[in-house]
Design a protein around this ligand. Sequence first.
Ligand code: NAD
Length: 482
Amino acid sequence: MTSVDVAGTAVDTRHYIGGQRVASVSTFTNTSPIDGSFLGEIARGGAVEVDLAVEAARNAFPVWSGMPPAERAAILNRIADLVEESVDSLAAVETMDNGALLRSHLRGVMPRVALNFRFFADWLVNHLDHPDFETRGHVNHVSWDPSGVAGIITPWNAPLMLATWRIAPALAAGDTVVLKPAEWTPLTASLLADITKRAGLPDGAFNVVQGIGREAGAALVAHPGLSRISFTGSVPTAKSIARAAADNLTPCSFELGGKSPFIVLADADLELAAELAIEQYDNAGQVCLSGTRILVHESIEAEFTEAFRRKAAAMRQGDPRDPATDIGPQVHEAHFARVKGFVDRARAEGATIAMGGGPNTELGGLYFSPTLVYDPTPGSEIVTQEVFGPVLTMQTFSTDDEVLALANGTEFGLAAVVVSGDRQHAEAITSRLVAGTIWVNCFFVRDLRAPFGGSKKSGVGREGGTWSFDFYADVKNTVVAP
Ligand code: NAD
């Protein structure tokens, strides 16, 4: 079987290499987190398929990188057009595959996939510019040259959005790409391959090798034919990729996990604070940027908690295809067990489970109830490690110094949320927070021109706007004598 029907859309289950579909001898089984239903047997690639894909990408490199930027941009815009035409089918397939809300995929995620291509096409043509400058009459001219083949490895929590956030700038920079999508969510990468073909992207410029991380993923990052490795995922995997990349000195960009603080200052609008706190459960808590550690000033704790509970009670958990659902299932049974383990151990250590705390008994399956862990043991794993499920912790503080020590007190530094009615107070806090992105009185507002990435163990490098080209391209300075 080389194609499966998922939510009315035919999805090819093979790799996409050099513009052709390629099967593997072995496969892995893909199921839906919504109800455990079988979705397909997916080609299980390894070193052989990775070799083929990197070779195809290397062969396509002169063709793609040799195209004038305006032509490359036109093809990327055509991909964006086709994504927009396919929003319904892409959204339906992604929801079956990763269990995230259909309404989010329709309204936010898939339009953003199209925007990823449009944005970097536009940036390539209209904004990639550095003014020449002079040194003793000599002109320095900075340019961004294509670098070669980018190996891109992505996670399952927002599969197509996160993949295209890396694929689009790599292609715009003139690189060719080999993508290894997450094995729990392989489907929309295959649909994207079809779209790139229809858009006229030269064969081999974009390749998909399906497979397991320690097999296809490990083979890809160890490949000497890559000019860049772009990885979004967990810290342990990043460490093993960095070791493999070291042998070839392949530059890496890492977007990793988080344990972001959500700070409610004494002067906060508490309705807004509670509203934003509930948003930290988005995507059933499977969001790297979530402010999962609520840090609330002791003087407003009771009032904030009341508002939070009221809003939490209005959340509906259920089938992510139902527009009335706010929170769906966890992506996979192994992940569900991991999330449950964190909460069970916190309870055993004496933390108060103020809300949820286990599987949703009415729904069964992979539905984990939105959970609030109150007053966790300081320094315990539930407040220092990434759970990546619908689990928030709550702690109180009395001074700015205390909240900053708590907020900065993990090995992560991806994001932070500060809720405050006083701009100066908020700024006094944000200026001392260690994080790649900080939101004040808002959450998840993303502008693709802005730098995005993590501090400390949350990442290496920044992407967005020119920062993306700085990574995928070879940045060159040409000095011309007078
Ligand atoms: P993961 O590290 O287990 O897997 C990510 C990808 O790496 C998958 O495609 C997997 O197959 C592959 N992989 C696994 N082992 C590999 C190996 N040895 N060599 C090469 N590739 C390998 O992470 P996950 O559980 O899929 O994703 C969740 C993590 O991703 C969380 O930590 C989350 O915070 C992080 N994340 C970060 C961002 C960000 O932008 N910073 C965005 C989304 C998710």
